[in-house]
Ligand binder design. Sequence first.
Ligand code: ATP
Ligand code: MG
Ligand code: MG
Ligand code: MG
Length: 450
Amino acid sequence: QLSRSLPHRCQHCAPGRGQRLVLSRMFQPQNLREDQVLALEARPGNLTCKSQQLMLQGGLILPASPGCYHLLPYTVRAMEKLVRVIDQEMQAIGGQKIDMPSLSPAELWRATNRWQLMDKELLRLRDRHGKEYCLGPTHEEAVTALIASQKNLSYKQLPFLLYQVTRKFRDEPRPRFGLLRGREFYMKDMYTFDSSPEAARQTYSLVCDAYCRLFNRLGLQFIKAQADVGSIGGTMSHEFQLPVDVGEDRLVVCPSCSFSANKETLDSLQTNCPACQGPLTETKGIEVGHTFYLGTKYSSVFSAQFVNAHGELSLAEMGCYGLGVTRILAAAIEVLSTEGCIRWPRLLAPYQVCLIPPKKGSKEAAAAELVEHLHDHIVEGVPQLQGEILLDDRTHLTIGNRLKDANKLGYPFVIVAGKRALEDPAHFEVWCQDTGEAVFLTREGIMELL
Ligand code: ATP
Ligand code: MG
Ligand code: MG
Ligand code: MG
C-alpha cells in the first residue's frame, strides 16, 4: 500500500530521501543549564530576559562579543521568513530593494554634522590611506547622496521608495537583552523621495499602514505611538512598540481614544490625554519600528533634487522608516513564549513540523519506517512544506524526552509515532501548538490538517 502511494519513487534513489532534515545533524548547541547560559553572558551588570535565555538555551544564538551574536540555523531560518514577509509588504506599496555599503565615508556624516552629533555611538575606522569611515548605523546620508548623484530625475519618476535589509552598527552604551539591543543587528530601513510635502505625507501613511499589516500578519499586538525625532530629525514621527515589561521605552496610552505616545515626547507630567482629556495609562514597550517624515532636512544638504512640473529644480521631500529585524525576532519570542518554551509567530516558526519516530528497541520501533513514509507523503501532498519538516532521529532518546525538546523549540505541529502507530490504519499523535492539545490522526487525517 505504501509503495502504491509513492509511485514514482525508486527504493534507492528516491528524491527527498537523502534530503530528509534530521535533528541529530543540526548545528544547535542545546540544552545548556541556566548557570551555563548565565556564564556565556557573564558581564558586570548584564541583565538577561526571557527571549535571551530561551534563545541561548535552545541553541538559537551564541554570544560572540558584547552585543554581537552568532545567529544559528533556527534563527537564520526565522529571520529569512521575516525578511520575506517584510519584502512582500514593502514591495506591495512600491518598495524597491537595494543594498548600500556598510562602510560609510566620514565626509557624508560631516556634511550633516552627525559625525560629531552621533558621538560615541558611531563605530569609526580608517583605511590604509588614513581615510575615515564609520560602519553604518543608519543610511540617511548614504541614500540621499545616492539620489543626489542622479542629475536628471523628473517629478514623473517619483516617488522612490528604496529599502534594504542590512546589518547596522551602533556602539550602544549598554548592549543587553540578547538580540533586543545589540551593537551589530539587522535593520530594514526604507527611504522615500517625493515631489511635494503632500505626496510625502501620503507615502508616510502608506508605509505606516504597511507596518500595521506586517505586525497583524505576525499576530503581534502593537502600539503606534507618537515619537520624538531624536538625532535623525524631521517633523513627524511614530514608533511601533510591542507592549511588554522588559521594554525599555515608557508609553502613555489613552484607553478611550486611539492616542498613544512615547512618554519622552510629553514635556510636562501630563496625566490626561491631549486628544480627549481622558485619563492616560502607562505601559512599557519594545520599539520594533520607527517612522520619520524628514522633509528636506537631508535633501537640502546633499542637493537631492528633481525637475518639477514647471521645469525647475526642486528638493526631494523625504521620509525614513526603520524596522528592527533581529529585534522583532527576539521581541516576538519575548511576548509569545512561556517561561520554558519558545513560541513563534506562526509565519516565522523555523520549521513547521517535527516528526518523532519511536525509540530504538521499543515495542513500537517497527513504526519507524512509517514515519519516514509519512515525511515523504507530506512533502508530496503539501509541497510548501518541503524543507519545513524536521525528523527527530535521536532514537536513543524516549519519545517523552524528544517531545519535551520539541515543545521548547515551538514547532507549530509535532507528530509522534507511539503505540497507536502499530494499529491498522496507523494513528499518529499530533500536537498542535495553537490548541496545546494532542489528537490521534491517520495519515489522511494529518494531510487534511496540514
Ligand atoms: P532604541 O531607542 O531602542 O535605542 P533607536 O530609536 O535608537 O532604538 P532607530 O534609530 O529608530 O532606533 O532605528 C530603527 C529600528 O532599529 C528601531 O526601531 C529598532 O527596532 C531597531 N534597533 C535600534 N537599535 C537597535 C539595537 N541596538 N539592536 C537591535 N535593534 C535595534
Ligand atoms: Mg538607540
Ligand atoms: Mg528609540
Ligand atoms: Mg527610534
